[in-house]
Design a protein. Structure first.
Length: 82
């Protein structure tokens, strides 16, 4: 069973573009792979359980590298305020 947290609370997806302030621009490739596969950000805090990192922990390294390569192609965008 996967824990998706409290479904009564709002969840906002994070900015996965290369923006250095709001996105992944300051994250290394290894930081991104670690977050995808373990659910831990570079600062040591955990991602929410809406990210299926338990599944991604079993993904081949070549596939994780491909995901990072794709993310690096996204143009930087600022996260809109809510």
């Amino acid at each position: 069973m996967v824990d998706f947290g409290d479904v009564t609370k709002k969840t906002m997806s994070r900015n996965i573009t290369s923006d250095p302030d709001d996105g992944l621009g300051k994250w290394s490739d290894d930081d991104i792979k670690r977050a995808i596969a373990t659910g831990i950000r570079p600062d040591g805090t955990r991602l929410t359980h809406t990210m299926p990192y338990e599944w991604y922990s079993k993904v081949a390294l070549a596939d994780l590298n491909a995901v990072v390569a794709f993310l690096r192609t996204l143009k930087p965008l600022k996260t809109p305020g809510f």
